[in-house]
Ligand binder design. Structure first.
Ligand code: AMP
Ligand code: GLY
Length: 424
C-alpha cells in the first residue's frame, strides 16, 4: 500500500509512525508533512486546504489510501475530490465534516437524533443573545459557530464577561467569519474525556479514550490551547461508560448522518463530559485529537493500515477487533515560549536523539523545521510531542519527563503535571 498522509502535526507524525510499521505499507508520503514525517518518506508542499491539488497528487502517485489529519482538509472537500477519482480516503466528506465545522449544525443534529448534550440556543443577534442570558445561570458557555482552531469557546463566570464575549465574537469578529453566529449553552459539570470511534458510513467500532489538558499552564491555569498533553486510558472512562457512549452518542450519530445523506467516514471524536447520569456530548470533531492520537497510536497493537483502508471502503463490519497494549501511555507537548498567543519560532532544538533513547519513548514532531545547516528549529506553537508507554502511568510519566529533560531547547516550555488527575 502507498499511503498519503495529509497534515503536518504531531498527530500526523504519530499516524505515519504507526502506519510505517505495517508489513502491508510500501510507501508513506505526506503533504505538507514535517521533519518527522520526512524521515518516513517523501513530503510535498501542498497545503491541507488545496483539495483538488492533493487529489491530483494522489492520482499521479497512484496512492492506495489517503489519510486526512486535520478538519480543515476535510472541510475543504478533500474526501469529495478523492471520491470523484475513486481513491480510498480515510476522512469525512465536506457535508459530514459539518459535525465539527458548525457547532450550530452539531447541536441541532443532536436534538434531532436524541444525542445527550447541553441545552443551547443559536444567535446571530447580540441583543437577543444577551437577553437569553437573563434566563440562564452562570457560568455561561459561549461558542463561535465555525472553526476557530480550538479557541472559539469562552466560559464566562459573570453576566458582564458573557456580554463582553458576545460583543467580541459578533461585533468585533474576534474569530472572523467563524463568529457570524454563536451558540450559547449550559455549563456541564463533570470530568472530560476524549473518545474515538472509527466509522465507515454504516458501522462504527470503538477505539479507546484519552484525557487531554487544554489549559496552557500547570494546575489547569492559563489560556485554552489545542492541548498540552494527554494520557490513555482515562480512568473516568470505564467500559460501561464506553458502552453508553456507543449506544447513546456514536451509533445514533452514525445512523442520523446516513439518514440525512451525509454518511460519516473517518474517526468520530466525541469530546465528552462524564456525569453521574452518563456521558454528555460537548463537541464532535471529525478527526483524531492532537495530542490524544499520539497516546492512542503508542498503545495500538493491531496493524492500523488495513483498518483505515476498511473504514475508507465501507468494510468495517468484517474487520478484526482492534488490540491494544494494556499499558498506559502519556504525551507531553513541548511548546514554543509564548504559545498559544504568540509563539516565538526559530529557536534551535538539540538532543532529540538522547531523548529517543529513554525506554518506551518516541518523540513526535509537530511544529518543527530543519534549516539549511541541518539544525532543527521551532516552526509553530506546539513543537514536539514526547510520548511514552510504561508498566503503569507513573512509569510512563517519569519516562516522558526524563526524555523532555534530555532535550536542549531553551525556547520551549511544557506543563509539568500531565496526567496529575489520574496520578492523585
Ligand atoms: P470545545 O472547543 O467545544 O471542546 O470547548 C473547549 C473546552 O471548553 C472544552 O474542552 C471544555 O473544557 C469547555 N466546554 C465547552 N463546552 C462546555 C460546556 N457546555 N460545559 C462545560 N465546559 C465546556
Ligand atoms: N486535543 C483536542 C483536539 O484535538 O481538539
Amino acid at each position: 500500500m502507498k499511503i498519503l498522509i495529509v497534515g503536518s502535526g504531531g498527530r500526523e507524525h504519530a499516524l505515519g509512525w504507526k502506519l510505517a510499521q505495517s508489513p502491508l505499507v510500501t510507501e508513506i508520503m505526506s503533504t505538507p508533512g514535517n521533519p518527522g514525517l520526512a524521515a518516513l518518506g517523501r513530503t510535498f508542499s501542498l497545503k491541507v486546504e488545496q483539495a483538488a491539488e492533493i487529489a491530483a497528487l494522489a492520482a499521479r502517485e497512484q496512492v492506495d489510501l489517503v489519510v486526512i489529519g486535520p478538519e480543515s482538509a476535510a472541510a475543504a472537500g478533500l474526501a469529495d475530490q478523492l471520491q470523484m477519482l475513486g481513491i480510498p480516503c480515510f476522512g469525512p466528506s465536506k457535508a459530514a465534516a459539518e459535525l465539527e465545522a458548525s457547532k450550530a449544525f452539531m447541536k441541532e443534529f443532536s436534538v434531532r437524533h436524541g444525542v445527550p448534550t447541553a441545552e443551547y440556543k443559536v444567535f446571530d443577534d447580540a441583543i437577543r443573545a444577551k437577553a437569553y442570558l437573563g434566563d440562564r445561570e452562570p457560568p455561561f458557555v459561549i461558542k463561535a459557530d465555525g472553526l476557530a482552531a480550538g479557541k472559539g469557546v469562552i466560559i464566562a463566570e459573570t453576566r458582564a464577561a458573557a456580554d463582553e464575549a458576545i460583543n467580541e465574537i459578533l461585533f468585533l469578529r474576534k474569530f472572523g467569519t467563524a463568529g457570524q453566529r454563536i451558540v450559547i449553552e449550559d455549563f456541564l459539570p463533570g470530568e472530560e474525556a476524549s473518545f474515538f470511534a472509527l466509522c465507515d458510513g454504516e458501522t462504527a467500532i470503538p477505539l479507546i479514550a484519552a484525557q487531554d489538558h487544554k489549559r496552557a499552564y500547570d494546575g489547569d491555569k492559563g489560556p485554552n490551547t489545542g492541548g498540552m498533553g494527554a494520557y490513555s486510558p482515562a480512568p473516568v472512562f470505564t467500559d460501561a461508560m464506553r458502552d453508553l457512549t456507543m449506544e447513546r452518542i456514536i451509533l445514533p450519530t452514525l445512523r442520523g448522518m446516513k439518514e440525512e445523506g451525509r454518511p460519516f467516514v473517518g474517526v468520530l471524536f466525541a469530546g465528552l463530559m462524564i456525569s453521574a447520569d452518563g456521558p454528555k456530548l460537548i463537541e464532535f470533531n471529525v478527526r483524531f485529537g492532537d495530542p490524544e492520537c499520539q497516546t492512542l497510536m503508542r498503545r495500538m497493537k493491531s496493524d492500523l493500515a488495513p483498518i483505515l483502508l476498511a473504514a475508507a471502503k465501507g468494510e468495517l463490519a468484517n474487520a478484526a477487533p482492534i488490540e491494544w497494549d494494556a499499558r498506559p501511555s502519556v504525551t507531553v507537548v513541548y511548546a514554543a515560549q509564548g504559545y498559544p498567543d504568540e509563539p516565538l519560532t526559530g529557536s534551535v532544538i538539540r538532543g532529540l536523539a538522547q531523548a529517543d533513547q529513554v525506554d518506551g519513548v518516541v518523540v513526535f514532531h509537530a511544529g518543527t523545521r530543519e534549516d539549511e545547516e541541518g539544525n532543527l528549529r521551532a516552526a509553530g506553537g506546539r513543537v514536539l510531542n514526547v510520548t511514552a508507554i510504561g508498566d503503569d502511568l507513573r512509569q510512563a510519566v517519569t519516562r516522558a519527563y526524563d526524555a523532555v529533560f534530555r532535550i536542549d531547547w531553551p525556547g520551549g516550555f511544557c506543563r509539568r503535571d500531565i496526567a496529575w488527575r489520574a496520578l492523585d
